[in-house]
Write a protein that binds this ligand. Structure first.
Ligand code: ADP
Ligand code: MG
Length: 360
């Protein structure tokens, strides 16, 4: 599918909150820029308190802008001097806690938000949406009679039924158990895509972000550090925080050689750099745990200092003779013990490695 038109555009957004008992203020969002195309699913990923919810709240019109501009289909909906009323923005929101009306049945929760239709057509539309989220048989149940995953599907149907221009999802799966989360994220993605619904979601869970999103934005301290496809975010982080926040990895010192190769403690390898490099320069290379191989007779030795079971794999932490700590995934069928010495090498097929900015 090709994405053509920009639907949501955020330019230079800054939102501040004043600190209680103090005249100073905190910049919850700091010169934030983002463009989301029609039909695209974007996901803001970042640690708790990084400003993700504040961005969604600003898009909804619940936060005052200190500076910047938010546009929907090229129309300004928020600026420091203008706020289009929230209920007229054509935005649907799904909150972390579902926020279903407890005294209304499932079908009443959905018909409640449908304006300008006869009651017969409201019923018809709500029934279609319940069918899409596979909850037709729960139409007359109350929210407390549903499981967490079912409540979340009702919340999504309620937000989508009025066919808004944009759907915002704030940590929609965070109160559900792990197993359910991934399946629900896949179901949500299929449903949103089937209706070509432009969506911006926030989460602090990278598996969820990668499962659902076309584009992922990594947020740290109110700034958007990178906005890219999940593949680019994982394999080509442009920033040290992004590199360390995503996946399991470590940095290793290396010296730049001729022919675009770099020499490290784990051997020579090709590399790919976002920065200009010179022969003889010392740099740090980002290496992912899945690119380190453990081999019984390897020449470069390391001691296992920790291990964590990850289902198909163990994640090992190892100390090289130089004292540097590295991480490596290895099949969980082959269990190595803490204290054991083992050979380590790099999987040469898995390049390029991304450079750490020497200035950062
Ligand atoms: P996230 O959703 O990424 O966890 P938030 O957007 O909720 O982060 O918060 C970003 C920052 O703004 C945090 O430091 C938080 O404490 C602060 N903050 C959020 N809302 C308010 C508020 N209403 N008053 C004061 N500070 C706030
Ligand atoms: Mg939040």
């Amino acid at each position: 599918m090709t994405f053509k038109n920009t639907l949501l555009s955020i330019n230079d957004l800054t939102v501040t909150f004043s600190k209680s008992n103090c005249r100073s203020s905190i910049h919850a969002i700091n010169h934030f820029n983002l463009k989301l195309n029609e039909g695209e699913i974007g996901c803001l990923l970042g640690p708790s308190g990084s400003g993700k919810s504040t961005v969604l709240r600003a898009i909804c019109g619940f936060e005052h802008l200190k500076s910047g501009l938010i546009q929907l289909r090229k129309k300004v909906i928020s600026s420091p001097r203008f706020e289009h009323p929230s209920h007229l923005r054509g935005i649907g929101m799904v909150f972390q806690d579902f926020s279903l009306f407890p005294h209304l049945t499932v079908i009443e929760n959905i018909t409640f938000g449908l304006q300008g239709l006869s009651s017969k057509n409201k019923q018809l539309k709500a029934t279609q949406w319940l069918d899409r989220v596979l909850l037709l048989d729960k139409a007359d149940s109350y929210p407390y009679e549903l499981s967490g995953g079912e409540q979340q599907r009702v919340a999504l149907a309620r937000a989508m039924a009025p066919e808004p221009s944009l759907i915002l999802l704030d940590e929609p799966f965070s109160s559900l158990d792990l197993e359910l989360r991934e399946q629900l994220a896949l179901d949500f993605r299929a449903l949103l895509k089937s209706r070509n619904m432009t969506t911006l979601m926030v989460t602090h869970n990278q598996t969820e972000a990668f499962t659902i999103a076309d584009k992922v934005g990594v947020v740290c301290r109110g700034e958007l550090l990178q906005w890219d496809t999940p593949y680019q975010i994982y394999h080509h982080p442009t920033n040290q925080f992004v590199a360390e926040f995503i996946g399991q990895s470590f940095f290793l010192k290396g010296i730049v050689l001729e022919n675009d190769r770099i020499k490290t403690e784990l051997g020579e390898m090709p590399f790919n750099s976002n920065y200009r490099t010179e022969i003889g320069q010392t740099l740090e290379v980002l290496i992912r745990a899945e690119n380190v191989q453990l081999e019984v007779n390897g020449a470069i030795r390391a001691t296992i200092i920790n291990k964590a079971f990850r289902g198909a794999m163990y994640l090992y932490t190892l100390k090289l003779d130089s004292g540097t700590n590295i991480v490596a995934f290895n099949s969980s069928h082959h269990c190595l013990e803490v204290g054991e010495k083992i050979g380590v090498c790099l999987d040469n097929k898995q390049t390029p490695h991304v450079m750490k900015n020497p200035q950062s």
